[in-house]
Design a protein around this ligand. Structure first.
Ligand code: NAD
Length: 292
């Protein structure tokens, strides 16, 4: 079994991004500038946004963190997004999800200008992805593709089972894995909460992408020996041995699945770090496309 090491791969990609930013600036380009919008103070969202802002500093990007109250209206949030759309200094906008229940994430995402949609969630970005046109890929699937590419895993002809059909992970993952590209060219099955006998599908998978949101849901008896496991899940579970009283685990029962498979991503230090790479690459691209 080989670990698909998010620390190693993201470190390599971040070096490439840093070099590209220096080259861009020496040619007269301005620093890429990411605006992160955080509504309310959900602790997980705070941590994700904090990490994204920190990465901007590390890579030589500018960043703006907009903290907004949880009780704001949807109209006010959309007005803030429009203000960022019209701010010439800002290259990329990310609105951290989830949003408070009274705000529709679709309405807010639709308000982001597609040229600044560095999370790749806007219908225009997703539509272009579907048609195989150049676009901002959704950050997590993009990060997973970068990881497969780094390890030179040839996915052509493999059977890939994606568990989960969200707009931000599961669905785009099925599109990218089935595209005529490398990585890609896989035969893809999408499973979800209404799939019957999930194990019948996963046992036939050469690659399993688990994006479910249930701790250790994919167990060893569901995995074909030699399969490649991409664990997207981030779940907090109780752990009395930790000072904090909890720890993060994925959607895969890592301890029992890892000995069986050919490659596996750990949680943490796997896909999460690659998601940030996807976001940062999109932000640099947004700055470059917007010009000097
Ligand atoms: P989501 O809740 O939107 O989607 C979960 C999907 O799992 C649904 O499509 C549902 O049909 C499917 N599902 C639920 N129960 C199932 C079951 N019993 N059998 C089969 N399928 C089932 O979640 P999401 O936004 O796609 O995120 C999934 C997980 O990935 C979460 O743990 C989330 O925290 C994590 N995540 C991680 C990253 C990262 O960077 N690592 C990024 C985004 C999401």
């Amino acid at each position: 079994m080989q670990l698909l090491d998010g620390v190693l791969v993201s470190g390599h990609i971040k070096e490439q991004i840093k070099e590209e930013v220096i080259k861009w600036q020496s040619g007269g380009g301005k620093k890429p500038h990411l605006a992160a919008v955080l509504v309310g103070n959900n602790p997980a969202s705070e941590a994700y946004v904090g990490s994204k802002v920190k990465h901007c500093e590390e890579l030589g990007f500018d960043s703006t963190l907009l903290r907004l109250p949880a009780d704001m209206t949807e109209a006010d949030l959309i007005a803030e997004v429009e203000r960022l759309n019209n701010d010439n200094n800002i290259d990329g906008i990310l609105v951290q999800l989830p949003l408070p229940a009274h705000i529709s994430p679709d309405s807010v995402i639709n308000a982001i200008h597609p040229a600044k949609d560095v999370d790749g969630f806007h219908p225009i970005s997703q539509g272009r992805m579907l048609l195989g046109q150049p676009t901002f890929l959704p950050a997590t699937p993009y990060g997973i593709m970068l990881m497969l590419e780094y390890y030179k895993i040839d996915t052509a002809g493999m059977h890939c089972v994606v568990i989960g059909r969200s707009n931000i992970v599961g669905t785009p993952m099925t599109i990218l894995m089935s595209r005529n590209g490398n990585p890609g060219n896989a035969t893809v099955t999408m499973c979800h909460s209404r799939t019957k006998n999930l194990k019948d599908f996963t046992l036939n998978a050469d690659i399993i992408v688990a994006a479910i949101g249930r701790p250790k849901y994919v167990t060893a008896d569901m995995v074909k020996p030699g399969a490649i496991i991409i664990d997207v899940g981030i779940n907090r579970i109780d752990d009395a041995t930790k000072k904090s009283g909890s720890r993060l685990v994925g959607d895969v029962d890592f301890d029992n699945v890892a000995p069986l498979c050919s490659y596996i991503t750990p949680v943490p230090k796997g896909v999460g770090l690659m998601t940030i790479c996807g976001l940062m690459k999109n932000t640099l691209l947004a700055a470059q496309l917007r010009g000097k």
